[in-house]
Design a protein. Structure first.
Length: 221
């Protein structure tokens, strides 16, 4: 064997020993970390079984039901919070079959004037810079609960019942009506009409009219 061949043989043996040593170290590390990884993976699987993540598949097709132009001037918005009590079976057997909940309802009511309802003749002008505008009556544009802020504060069910599954949804429907009612009773339409008049008057003056007359229609719920 020549000197060069001996050197090549030594280098080859060192390389083989190095690879074998690395494989041994990696195997020991895998064995050490395997129980922790297995335990973590098992815990994750249990969590997925107990609390599965919902998968939602929106339909690939959509139908446009209606398209219409809007010219709504939103001029007032009320934020209302109201407690709603809903109950069933509150008679003698309430401790056994009763169901009662308290819903803290949080919602918003928006009102304004629909300028799209302006008819011919509702706007008249004169050569001396006067404009007269008859605004449509103020109306409620939207009234809806904020589902993220509305919540069931307390619920009590009888010993022999799991409760009415529709009770909360019915309470939310009533809550939306009550929020709308509170806003109307507090004068949201009057405020919306007044704010609309102020806005339109400023707009007309910015267009160069020196005298602006706003005829306020009577707000009708």
């Amino acid at each position: 064997m020549t000197k060069n061949q001996g050197l090549v043989l030594v280098i080859g043996l060192l390389a083989i020993f190095g690879l074998v040593g690395w494989e041994i170290v990696r195997a020991v590390r895998d064995v050490t970390e395997a129980p922790a990884a297995t335990s973590k993976g098992l815990a994750t699987q249990v969590q997925e079984l107990l609390h599965p993540t919902p998968t939602i598949y929106p339909s690939s097709q959509a139908v446009i039901v209606q398209i219409r132009s809007l010219a709504r001037l939103e001029t007032a918005q009320y934020t209302v919070e109201k407690v709603i009590t809903a109950e069933t079976g509150q008679g003698v057997l309430a401790p056994l079959f009763g169901d009662r909940l308290l819903l803290v309802a949080h919602g918003e009511v928006t009102a304004g004037v629909d300028l799209g309802k302006l008819a011919d003749g509702d706007i008249t002008t004169t050569p001396d810079g006067k404009v007269t505008i008859v605004l449509p009556a103020a109306e409620i544009f939207s009234s809806a609960l904020d589902n993220q802020k509305s919540y069931v504060y307390d619920r009590q069910t009888g010993l022999l019942t799991h409760g009415d599954v529709n009770l909360e949804s019915e309470a939310r429907q009533v809550a939306e009506q009550e929020i709308n009612k509170v806003a109307l009773e507090d004068g949201i339409l009057t405020m919306a009409q007044s704010n609309a008049s102020t806005f339109v008057e400023r707009l007309m003056r910015s267009l160069g009219f020196t005298q602006v007359v706003i005829v306020q229609a009577t707000p009708v719920p």
